[in-house]
Design a protein around this ligand. Structure first.
Ligand code: FDA
Length: 643
């Protein structure tokens, strides 16, 4: 029988008095959670017990829960919100994030829910949706000259998937596979007990009861106002923000307007007109093709952020942006700030922070939720390996070492992308305060004189520069990890970007098997052709993977021995002529970076951890000892018995 509980430990948060007399055990039983039993000396009555507590059920928290369940781990996920996202913030879902979700078989389901292809063809700049267009640029892999880069980079393709559709899939998967998920439940604070366990105090907003969750690991995936980051006092690098933006969600059928204006992002700017301070200019963003849209309004600098325009004022601005008499209905209005903030480190002991909690930036380049998912993917296998005793706790330190530089790079890129738009605004004349000046600038664009020519060139240059936002394949896929989780001691040279990525690492991604890089995607097949398989699908799934080829049999033997010795799963795949996998387009030959009989070792998160040029000669250390040394180094098993 569960213990009777002293309800006095649950103060009523609303009035500060003691709470209702409902035993915590009853709440826990009703919510399907386990309570400690009074007969255990380790346990305190009234505490809920778990090993993994995730705070936040957004893209970061929910994807972490999904990835942890794929290792058979179970836990609790709480969210202070009443449900999954009620407004469609993130939508561009990139290939790097989709590859993570592909590891647990969710990518196809998400693709089916998404708008693909033609919906994402362009970003446009226009006077209104119905009106004149200033410029457009191909986006998200749709530039004729870039399509191949995207296809070659991944077995996935970018999709447009509103956060309102992504989150339910993640939460459902997590809940069905072992993460008890509690909405309306806010983390108030946490402390560490003298056994090193974390005692989180949470507030159930439905029953107005506060209770405690004792956990081994705590994950702060609680968004831009993270309580976990605040209480840990993680150092934040903060650059000046770029102001406020207002999201107005609108039901309006613009199908007739998009026939020749295909695209999911439409910048609307009307420099020749007066404008309200709260809606100087903005972006009309497709949510559902083509009858639900987000109107993202940017207030001008003089706007008082506390001003609350009326619904009629918002609706008028929406109508201005549409530009014809299409009926429109406002569904929701919300505000967000354009930040440039990154935590200097992401973890402390067994507490790990991720997502917007540690990197806060504008939506340019669509890197937010995508980076959340990749944070989670990086962390999940490390937590699982440490928890199961396959690696020492030091492996967990590599999470912050590897992901923090990524966070820094994406907040910088997203803010730079926002700043790049200034050149467009300057060229189109939206910046001056006085409407007469703005009109003059705008009309200059069409003039047959040197000033007109100069302005047209400035506009073209500014629009072309935005390809770094709309075709930033390098910033999405080209991240390289360094540190103890990567074993590069056998590399003659440090990693250097090559090819086009060396010239522009935001635009271009050059696949490589240098340790620290993502595993290159290559289509493979059987000698009697069946459905092609990507290297991405052969790797991951919780195991290390060793790719070798003709003459590399010694690696297979070594992998079996090392796997047994370390208790770590290692899958081996041989690629080449009449091997298990045929290198159908000779792409692996081009990319593998080692000889036919060499080896490329890939971590469970599909990052190359180590590679060997060839099978060692008789005078060199054996395959077994080299592979063992590499995996030990990656896991932090430098000496026997340090688990
Ligand atoms: P998020 O804020 O989503 O979730 C936080 C969770 O923590 C919620 O469940 C909340 O209830 C919970 N929580 C908070 N405090 C708590 C507490 N004390 N106790 C318990 N729970 C608590 N990204 C992208 O990749 N592509 C894109 O195209 C865009 N586009 C875009 C457009 C616009 C207009 C915006 C504003 C943002 C984007 N983004 C984006 C960014 C994306 O929306 C953002 O990065 C993610 O939502 C962040 O996910 P998190 O899970 O980190 O936090």
């Amino acid at each position: 029988m569960p213990p009777s509980v002293d309800t006095n430990i649950f103060p009523n948060a609303a009035n500060g008095t003691t709470g209702n007399k409902i035993p915590i055990s009853r709440i826990c039983e009703a919510r399907g959670m386990k309570t400690y039993h009074s007969d255990s000396s380790q346990q305190t009555p009234g505490e809920v017990e778990t090993e993994f507590l995730i705070v936040g059920a957004g893209p970061a928290g929910a994807s972490l829960a999904c990835f942890l369940t794929s290792y058979g781990l179970k836990g609790i996920m709480i969210s202070s919100a009443p449900a999954t996202a009620n407004t469609p913030r993130a939508h561009i879902t990139n290939m790097a994030a989709l590859e993570c979700l592909r590891d647990i078989g969710l990518d196809e389901q998400l693709r089916e829910l998404s708008s693909e292809g033609h919906c994402m063809t362009h970003t446009r700049w226009c006077h209104s949706m119905a009106g004149e267009e200033y410029a457009r640029i191909h986006s998200w892999g749709h530039a004729p000259g870039r399509k191949g880069d995207y296809e070659m980079a991944s077995p996935c393709s970018p999709i447009d998937l509103p956060q309102t559709l992504l989150e339910p899939v993640l939460v459902r998967y997590a809940a069905q596979n072992g993460f008890n998920t509690r909405f309306n439940t806010a983390l108030s604070s946490f402390e560490i007990d003298n056994e090193g366990l974390i005692i989180a105090t949470v507030h159930d907003e439905v029953s107005n009861i506060q209770y405690k969750i004792r956990t081994k690991y705590l994950f702060g995936a609680d968004g831009a106002r993270s309580q976990v980051v605040k209480q840990l006092d993680l150092p934040l690098s903060i650059k000046p923000g770029q102001g406020l933006a207002i999201n107005v969600l609108v039901k309006t059928d613009l199908s007739h307007l998009v026939v020749h204006r295909r695209g999911n992002l439409h910048w609307v700017m009307q420099p020749d007109k007066e404008h309200p301070e709260f809606g100087w200019q903005g972006i009309v963003r497709m949510v559902k093709p083509w009858n639900e849209w987000m109107f993202i309004l940017f207030p001008n600098r003089d706007c008082d952020p506390s001003t609350e325009p009326s619904k009629e004022a918002y609706l008028q601005r929406v109508r201005d942006f549409i530009g014809d008499d299409t009926p429109a209905e406002i569904l929701d209005v919300s505000k967000w700030y354009i930040n440039e903030i990154v935590a200097e480190k992401y973890s402390e002991g067994n507490i790990f922070c991720m997502g917007d909690a540690v990197h806060r930036h504008p939506p340019m380049n669509g890197l937010g939720s995508n980076t959340c998912i990749q944070d989670a993917f990086n962390l999940a296998w490390k937590v699982a390996y440490v928890h199961k005793g396959q690696a020492p706790p030091s492996l967990l330190d590599t999470y912050s070492i590897e992901r923090q530089p990524v966070g820094r790079s994406i907040i910088t890129r997203a803010n730079q992308a926002f700043r790049d738009h200034f050149s467009v605004w300057e060229a189109l004349g939206t910046l001056p305060k006085e409407v007469e000046v703005r009109r003059k600038v705008l009309s200059e664009l069409r003039e047959a004189n040197p000033e007109g020519r100069k302005r047209r060139l400035a506009l073209q240059k500014a629009i072309t520069q935005t390809s770094h936002e709309f075709h930033g394949l390098g910033v999405e896929m080209g991240q390289v990890y360094h540190g103890p989780g990567i074993y590069d001691a056998d590399e003659p040279l440090p990693y250097e970007r090559r090819g086009r990525a060396a010239e522009d690492d935001v635009l271009y991604y050059e696949p490589s098997t240098h340790p620290g890089c993502r595993l290159p995607h290559v289509w493979l097949n059987k000698v009697i052709p069946t459905k092609p398989v990507s290297t991405i699908d052969l790797a991951g799934h919780g195991a290390f993977t060793l790719f070798t080829g003709i003459g590399g049999d010694a690696w297979k033997v070594a992998a079996n021995q090392v796997s047994e010795e370390l208790g770590v799963p290692i899958n081996v795949h041989s690629i080449g002529f009449r091997q298990v996998w045929e290198d159908v387009y000779f792409d692996w030959e081009r990319l593998r970076g080692v000889n036919e009989d060499g080896a490329v070792l890939v971590r469970p998160d599909r990052v190359v951890g180590w590679r060997a040029k060839a099978v060692p000669t008789a005078t060199e250390s054996s395959c077994n000892s080299r592979l063992s040394q590499a995996i030990r180094a990656i896991l932090g098993l430098h000496s026997e018995g340090n688990l």
